[in-house]
Design a protein around this ligand. Structure first.
Ligand SMILES: Nc1nc2c(ncn2[C@@H]2O[C@H](COP(=O)(O)OP(=O)(O)OP(=O)(O)O)[C@@H](O)[C@H]2O)c(=O)[nH]1
Ligand SMILES: [Mg+2]
Length: 442
């Protein structure tokens, strides 16, 4: 079982979405150098790495994650990833596989926009030279905006009439309009707060521009986006990357209403350089025992690197394979520090502001909490459960989220490491109170 949220890879055809999915999950989605290789969405489980408390508590040997895994004190928490069909300009009006693709996004909590930074594919995903990938970031955002705006604008007349007749609040009316996008009321409220100073709260007096302004802020919050500048192993990528970084320089941080300052829905902090192809290849070579490679790391070992007299676990590579892995070392790992793909997953969970919580039955040995309803729990092991929750979640709210009625209904208190008591409305913060033991009465 993975998290309850889904992160979706989006982008034009041939940008490398399926390659990215294959690079960070066990999926084997079809990859092709022609547009629309993917039609039906592919899914996989990626891992979000965080420091595991088993390390600080000297319990690495006892650490037994029920889901995901723990290696060298790093906990890998499963996260669901979706790879959908490519999008082309005009998709919001149904071009390409437009509407189908856009509807697949309704379930996504965050987006990973995979961009071909090499400039060797045009906006339709066809082979070309010298294409400017900044364009892709701009039009993709604009298509998502048109898609949502189109849906809202079509019904706007009726919405306003009802709004005036019922005397509902602006946030309730807008929330009802945006319900189809899996929207929480709080997000609508924040988007409204961010634009209210300029357009006012009387939505019946909004003009088309005011509505667009609100929808733009809403999208910034509803679909936080990480940009994966992919194909960095290719010749022109460097120059394109520099241009993209210039365009988004100065974005990020937070503006009015704690809404981040974004351009085209993008913040420079959330642009990551990747080579999905390199990662797929290194993983394949590692599985065939030609190299030793830990995903996300800055290098790998070959048989030669192991040196004379090593126990020879790694196999000898032929000349062609050797050249290819050496190329990846020079063009990707040495230049950029890693293939970047794991970093993207980390940022995507990061933009969602999730906090990892470890429910336990004991704050002494950190055994499994009774939240994990299965009866075969007795097996022991520490820190068995790890749940990602929205930042701002309180101790009491988390009790309600755990799939255990007993903890919710019989709530009698909570404590963390050292027997420190937690208040019901304490906000859960990583490293402070995110190891929680609940007491239950009756
Ligand atoms: N050089 C290089 N090529 C890549 C990289 N990632 C993907 N490719 C290649 O780009 C082409 C398209 O890759 P896919 O993963 O199928 O792209 P997609 O975005 O899923 O495409 P559609 O399913 O058609 O929308 C394939 O030939 C891949 O091998 C990369 O990091 N570097
Ligand atoms: Mg694909």
């Amino acid at each position: 079982m993975a998290s309850s949220f889904v992160i979706a890879c989006v982008g034009k055809p041939s940008a490398g979405k399926s390659s990215f999915l294959n690079a960070v999950t066990d999926a084997s989605a079809k990859v092709g150098n022609f547009p629309f290789t993917t039609i039906e969405p592919n899914q996989g489980i990626a891992y979000y790495a965080i420091p595991c408390p088993c390390a600080t508590h000297n319990l690495t040997a006892q650490c037994k994650p029920r889901h995901g895994f723990c290696r060298n004190g790093q906990r890998h928490v499963p996260v669901r990833l979706l790879d959908v069909a490519g999008l082309v300009p005009g998709a919001s009006e149904g071009r390409g596989l437009g509407n189908q693709f856009l509807d697949d996004l309704r379930q996504a909590a965050a987006l990973i926009h995979v961009v071909d930074a090499s400039g060797t594919t045009d906006d339709q995903g066809r082979e070309t030279r010298g294409y400017d990938p900044v364009e892709d970031i701009r039009w993709l955002r604009s298509e998502i905006e048109q898609w949502v705006a189109g849906n809202v604008e079509r019904k706007w007349g009726g919405t306003v009439r009802r709004h005036v007749a019922t005397g509902a609040s602006a946030v309730d009316t807008l929330h009802a309009q945006l319900a189809g996008y899996g929207t929480r009321r709080e997000i609508v409220q924040r988007a409204l707060d961010a634009v209210a100073g300029r357009v006012g709260l009387a939505i019946e007096r909004w003009d088309a521009e005011a509505l667009r302004m609100f929808i733009a802020r809403f999208l910034d919050l509803r679909f936080p986006t990480v940009v994966a500048l992919n194909k960095i192993d290719m010749p022109d990528a460097d120059k394109n990357i520099a241009a993209i970084m210039r365009r988004y320089h100065g974005t990020g941080g937070s503006g009015s209403g704690a809404v981040p300052v974004l351009r085209d829905g993008v913040s420079e902090d959330n642009i990551v350089l990747t080579s999905a192809l390199a990662e797929c290849f290194l993983r394949k070579m590692a599985s065939q025992k030609y190299i030793a490679y830990t995903p996300g790391s800055d290098d790998f070992q070959t048989r030669e690197d192991e040196g004379e007299g090593a126990d020879g676990e790694l196999r000898e590579m032929d000349e062609k394979v050797r050249r290819r892995v050496e190329n990846i070392r020079d063009l990707v790992l040495f230049r950029y520090g890693s293939t970047g793909v794991q970093e993207v997953v980390g940022r995507a969970v990061g933009v969602l502001g999730y906090v990892a919580v470890f429910p336990v039955k004991s704050v002494v040995n950190f055994g499994a909490s009774s939240s994990s309803s299965s009866s075969s729990d007795g097996g022991g092991g520490a820190f068995r459960d790890c749940v990602l929750v929205r930042s701002g979640t309180t101790v009491r709210e988390f009790a309600r989220k755990l799939h255990s009625q007993a903890i919710d209904e019989g709530y009698a208190g909570a404590e963390t490491v050292g027997g420190v008591q937690l208040a019901e409305d304490d906000v859960i913060v990583a490293g402070k109170n995110n190891i929680i033991k609940y007491s239950v009465s009756g």
